[in-house]
Write a protein that binds this ligand. Structure first.
Ligand SMILES: [Mg+2]
Length: 316
């Protein structure tokens, strides 16, 4: 399923070399070019190529430094880099590998060799991405799975702390799902999970929101740069979407249609009075609120204050 044409970024200050490589590769690849290091770094971030052919000798910033910066940036870290260099001394080539390059090509460029290397590394990279995506996906709903959730929340805690921003976690649980399965059967139960996943995606649609299936009928939504009020807006929106969709659930305890209960927690990292929270603490807090929402009659959300919150009374 490697359907899309692989994208190759060439970074080289020599226009003749660029033209030669681009002409040779463009029948088989989508080729983008940059004649300067900064431009190349920007292209790598925005175009997300499947491979970078990187010249070593360039004015201002050389290829080694470009490679270092690519490997230090989350957005470009994984993109394979092949050094293109006239320097065929062993120590120079070794240096490229040490910086994380996957291969090197020496100038003057042999076209057959260029093609062979580009083909094998773009394929390998696309296969790796595909496997990573499979390993991060819940097969039934297509949402992120628990593993991806764990990875992301730890990353977001670290990021929110570094940038002193806000982070919210919303846990969503389908009400009376056991009764649903018992009555409608497990096939319909699966369909129900897929529908719920779709509604949750609709409610949390920013590119940075991560909706995941935590297991069973429980879902987690990571909301970056979102304070308590923002999280509340999304939780309310979710309740509205379920009311609007009105999926039949005749065995539900409180309503004739499918509903969810939610618990959430929001942390303002700029006003954190306690230690840096970990994933467990966040989930436990949101779970506590979820428990109250269930006991309070379902089809609702509750909030768990975080130590240091200044206006807890408002939410008591
Ligand atoms: Mg050069």
């Amino acid at each position: 399923m490697l359907s899309h044409r692989a994208k190759v970024l060439i970074i080289d200050d020599d226009v003749t070399t660029i033209r030669m490589m681009a002409d040779s590769l463009s029948p088989d690849y989508e080729v983008i070019v940059a004649t300067a290091a900064e431009e190349g770094l920007r292209q790598a971030r925005t175009a997300q190529p499947d491979l970078i052919l990187l010249d070593v000798i360039m004015p201002q910033i050389n290829g080694y430094d470009v490679c270092r910066r690519l490997k230090a940036d989350d957005l470009t870290l994984k993109i394979p880099v092949i050094f293109v260099t006239a320097l065929d001394a062993v120590d120079q080539q070794t240096k490229g590998f040490e910086l994380g390059a996957v291969d090197y090509i020496t100038k003057p460029i042999e076209v057959a060799l260029l093609h062979a290397r580009v083909r094998s590394h773009t394929r390998l990279y696309q296969q790796t991405l595909q496997l990573e995506s499979l390993a991060a996906t819940d097969p039934l709903t297509g949402l992120a799975n628990r593993r991806k959730f764990d990875e992301s929340i730890n990353h977001e805690i670290e990021r929110s702390h570094r940038l002193q921003t806000t982070l919210s976690l919303l846990i969503v649980d389908i009400d009376d799902f056991k009764a649903y399965n018992d009555h409608y059967g497990h096939g319909k139960g699966d369909d129900c999970l897929v529908s719920v996943a779709r509604l949750l995606k609709k409610a949390a649609l920013r590119g940075t929101d991560l909706v995941s299936r935590l297991g069973g009928e429980e879902f987690g939504i990571i909301l970056t740069d979102t304070d308590r009020n923002g999280a509340q807006v999304i939780a309310r929106h979710i309740l509205d979407l379920f009311a609007e969709a009105a999926y039949p659930h005749i065995k539900a305890s409180m309503h004739p249609y499918l509903t969810v209960s939610m618990g959430f927690v929001s942390i303002d990292f700029a006003n954190l009075t306690d230690n840096l929270p970990d994933e467990r603490a966040l989930i436990d807090a949101a779970d506590k609120a979820l428990y109250r929402a269930k006991n309070g009659g379902r089809n609702r959300f509750c909030y768990e204050p975080w130590p240091g919150d200044t206006d807890i009374e408002k939410w008591a």
